[in-house]
Every structure is written in C-alpha cells, then in structure tokens.
Ligand binder design. Structure first.
Ligand SMILES: Nc1ncnc2c1ncn2[C@@H]1O[C@H](COP(=O)(O)OP(=O)(O)OP(=O)(O)O)[C@@H](O)[C@H]1O
Ligand SMILES: [Mg+2]
Length: 328
C-alpha cells in the first residue's frame, strides 16, 4: 500500500501545488488521479518516487517512510512512465527497455531475455524493433516502449503520467485494453494520471478526482463516482455524458431481462450476463431483432432489450442514486 499523509508541496514563487493531501492506494490496484490541468497530479506522482520531496507530510510504501529511503534505490522499485514517453533518443529500443535491469546489474543473457519478453508483452516484435531508435517508431509504438521500460525489472509499483496521451483515439483505446489485460495478470500497484474521464473509468479500480492543489473531491470506484457524484463539482467535471458513461460500468441486471416462452431466438447475438450495458446495447444494435440472448456460462438466462437497458440503469441508480434514475 502507498499512503500519503497530509502531504504538501509549494514551489518557489507559487502557491501550493499540493495542499494537505492524504490518500491510500491499496496494493495491486490501479488508482487513477484525475483533475484539471495544474491541479497537482504530476507533482503528486513525482513525490511518490521522490523526484520531488514534499515540504510537509509523509509518504509511506508498505509502512516504510520513503524519506528514509535512498531516492535512487526507491526508484528502482517504481516503474515510471512519463508524460510524452521520455525515451532516451540516443539509445535503441532494446537499450531503453534494459535501463533498469542494467542498473540492477543483471547479467547480459538475463537482460536480453527480459527485453525480448517485455517487447513481446507490449506487442512489438523484438526482431523488428529492438535495434531501432525511438525516432523510427510511431507515437503509439513509443508509448508501448515507455510502458515496457517501466516494467523493466518487474517493479511492484508503477507510476504512469498520462501514458497514452499523445496518440489518436483508436491507438489509445488499444493501448488501454492492453494495459488492462497486462495489469489483470500482474496486479501491480499503479498510480495512473489522466485528464480523460473515459480513460479513468476504463482503467481504474479507484478514481481520485481532484480540485486545484490536489484537493480530493471524491475518491471512489468508477461506478460510485458515476452513479453518486459527491458534489456539484464532481457532477460538473463528469459532464452531461455521465449517464451514458455509466453504461460502461453497470452490468446487465438479470431482473431487467425478458423471458420469451420460446427462449433464445435463432440468429440473435449472445452476450454473457457479466457484460456491461454498453456491450449488450452494442450487440442489440447489430441484432436483426434488436434483442440479445443473455447467457450465464452455457445457460440462457433471458433476453436483453432496450427496455432492459433503461431498467438496468434505473435499478443501478436506485440504491442511493435517485438523481440518476430521474435523469434517464
Ligand atoms: N518545477 C516547478 N516550479 C514551479 N511551479 C511548478 C513546478 N512544477 C509544477 N508547478 C506548478 O504546480 C502546479 C501543479 O503542477 P502539476 O504539474 O502537478 O499539474 P498537473 O495536475 O500534472 O497538470 P497537467 O494536467 O497540466 O499535467 C501548477 O500550478 C504548476 O504550474
Ligand atoms: Mg501533469
């Protein structure tokens, strides 16, 4: 667990970039920091790996006060993906990815094997890319390398500052999905900065929505944030599309399904009961009957329709989220 206790940071000549921030980030989870430009996200991240030292307060990693740890040593345990990738331009892709294993003084064959493994993991063929230089890669490929480099020596903690910021929407979505898949198997403790709420909802186990000076407006699961914004500030930040975004975090409610006597009709698309409403609705739009057969494993449990969509959203909003229900 990463624990920030009453952390503040003031830069010379400015007001506080971070003022009295307290935050717990549980081990193995992805915590997203989101908020307006200049609210202190990068500063918070850089205080965790001690690129910046706080003026006041403490940062603990697994109970250990990081101010007592040698910063260089601390950073070896924390992969860092910076805003705009920050690859070393004069080093090949292979050398970039090998940065931290080299600092750990791994032997050459082990480093070589690790570089291969990581490039494959992020979807870059080592034979093609290992000996290229960063300028010979596309923006999306460079971001993959940045991610691979951060994973270098398999650190338990990853700090990611707008890691997928500099690419087009489609590449970005692909990178987000790859990140989610990789994180599912690795379960690192990740602090992920973004200012894109859709990205936050997609990758985060928890979202910390900040106001200026890193003031926590709400720290919660994506679903709670979208369903029950804690203040007008949060609701405004999420915007009108909040109700649509909820579709991606709310799953099908079995009680909202229809049960035609004939069961699942032939030619209807199938989705699993664990699907999000977005997935189910997308399937319904491609269905000749505008209906979708819902399965729990191998068992047919009912049929999803546009009415099921509204009903599922309404039910998800009723235990505490009355405003949401009336908004539909
Ligand atoms: N080295 C510095 N010297 C002086 N002021 C700084 C320094 N670094 C950051 N700041 C100020 O601290 C505040 C927080 O900056 P920070 O980089 O943490 O914001 P951010 O939330 O990451 O923003 P963005 O979304 O634009 O990346 C800003 O007002 C910024 O101008
Ligand atoms: Mg920043």
């Amino acid at each position: 667990m990463i624990r920030l206790e009453n952390v503040s940071k003031e830069f010379p000549g400015g007001s506080n970039a971070v003022l009295d921030l307290s935050l717990d980030i549980p081990t193995g989870q992805t915590c997203v920091l989101i908020g307006p430009s200049g609210c202190g996200k990068t500063t918070t991240l850089r205080m965790i790996n001690r690129l910046i030292d706080p003026d006041r307060g403490q940062i603990l990693v697994d109970g250990e006060d990081t101010s007592k740890v040698d910063p260089a040593h601390l950073r070896l345990r924390m992969g860092y993906v910076i805003q705009q990738t920050g690859l070393f331009p004069h080093m090949t892709i292979g050398e970039n990815v090998a940065t931290v294993p080299r600092l750990w003084q791994w032997d050459k064959p082990r480093i070589k094997a690790r570089v291969e493994e990581l490039l494959l993991l992020v979807g870059l063929d080592p034979a093609v890319y290992r000996d290229r230089y960063p300028h010979q890669l596309s923006g999306g490929q460079r971001q993959r390398v940045g991610f691979a480099r951060a994973l270098g020596a398999d650190p338990p903690i990853l700090l990611m500052d707008e890691p997928f910021g500099a690419v087009d929407r489609i590449t970005r979505e692909r990178l987000q999905h790859e990140f989610i898949n990789i994180q599912r198997s690795m379960r690192k403790t990740v602090v992920f900065v973004t200012h894109d709420i859709d990205e936050a909802v997609m990758v985060g186990d928890r979202i910390c929505l900040m106001q200026m000076q890193a003031k926590v407006a709400q720290y919660d699961t994506p679903e709670k944030i979208l369903t029950r914004p804690a203040s007008d500030y949060v609701a405004e930040f999420l915007g009108r599309e909040r109700l649509v975004r909820r579709m991606s975090v709310v799953t099908i409610d079995p009680a909202a399904l229809e049960h035609p006597a004939a069961g699942a009709a032939r030619g209807e698309p199938r989705v699993q009961l664990t699907s999000s409403l977005t997935e189910a609705f997308a399937a319904a739009l491609t269905s000749p009957t505008e209906r979708v057969a819902v399965f729990d494993g191998e068992n047919y449990v009912g049929t999803f329709t546009a009415t099921s969509l509204l009903e599922s959203l309404r039910r998800a909003g009723t235990d505490g989220g009355e405003q949401v229900a009336t908004g539909i």
